[in-house]
Unconditional design. Sequence first.
Length: 225
Amino acid sequence: MTTQICQRLIGSDTELGLAVGDHGLLDQLFKYCYADVMGRPKQFDPEDALDAAIALFREHGYAGTSADMLIESMQIGKQSLYNTFGGKWQLYVAALARYATAETSHHMAALRGGPTAFGGIERMMKRVVAEAQQPCLGVNSVSEFGCTKDDLTEIRETVGRPLHALLVSKILEAQKNGDVSPTLNPEHGAAFLRANVTAIRVAARAGAGEAELRGVMRLALQALK
């Protein structure tokens, strides 16, 4: 069911009456991927339980997180875990959908919150550096599974489209303002920034300090000019 719903979202951005870049698309991704869970009466808060699962998956990955670890952290019984989420894999997919939706929303808010278009890009990259010491479930899922799992790939592509579109828009605006090289291909620039977001998070996970991460960020921003 999750795969079918995500395929619908990817196949038609307008099917839900939403434009690319609209925060509503990201909200709908999580709601649709998780609607069957949220609709059931529970003795616990499924969202709190899911947040606890996200924390475990971020730190230990899918393979490194056992059912016992999940049950203890989520404070639910084993049967409740399976009745509510359908199993460990379905829980992981729901966790990635919730995490990716929130992270992308934060990125887009930062991009829109700068004093200028380039200032928004800088604001987003500074947020990445500030949060880089925390494990990223999105990056971890790519490292662990690559593109071998359709469920995960669909989530990443769905949340990635509006972020990429907004980055392209901000680069174009920054070019008009004279803050970014007019010869830069905006599509390539957006992909470059997203790659550097991943690089900063991987470097932080490998032990890089904040000063080093800020240096990488400054080089990335300078490359746009």
